[in-house]
Design a protein around this ligand. Structure first.
Ligand code: RB5
Length: 155
């Protein structure tokens, strides 16, 4: 499995910690920055991670900012991206099993490194249930994306 990881300055230290954990667990990581504590803008990292998934260069993504909110808002603007903030393990596995999330958003100023590791482990080991009711609901989510992206961008 290939996981794309990106963070703003608020998530820089947690990103490094999680990458070490992922690599020790045998996961291939694409580290898309940021690479220092220097203030940067979170949409750039949500963009980089989302594009890796859209272009099939990564299977799943992890985005980190101070709260998890900014990167989540930005990642969900990309077609085909289903991003959610998960600060507990229940949401991390149910978000994949029911809602097929492909990007996990974490707030480095909200949870500690150990809990973040547990959540990441749960997120990566979960799989979509393929249950008909969840497929139906996701098809409706996709339909919203198709209808309104078309309306907004193509008139
Ligand atoms: C940056 O200071 C902060 O706004 C950002 O990391 C994030 O929490 C936004 O949601």
């Amino acid at each position: 499995m290939i996981v794309a990881v990106g963070a703003d300055h608020g998530g820089f230290h947690l990103k490094n910690n999680l990458i070490e954990f992922l690599e020790d667990s045998g996961v291939s990581v694409h580290d898309l920055g940021t690479y220092s504590e220097k203030p940067v803008d979170y949409p750039e990292f949500a963009r980089a991670v989302s594009l890796e998934i859209m272009k099939d260069k990564a299977d799943k993504g992890i985005v980190i900012c101070g709260s998890g909110v900014g990167v989540c808002v930005a990642a969900n603007k990309f077609p085909g991206i289903r991003a959610a903030i998960c600060h507990d393990t229940f949401s991390a596995h149910q978000g994949v099993e029911d809602d097929n999330i492909n990007v996990l958003c974490v707030g480095a100023r909200v949870i500690g490194h150990e809990l973040a590791r547990e959540i990441i482990k749960t997120f990566l080991s979960a799989s979509f249930s393929q249950a008909e009711r969840h497929k139906r609901r996701l098809a409706k989510v996709e339909q919203i994306e198709k209808e309104y992206y078309k309306e907004v961008f193509h008139g």
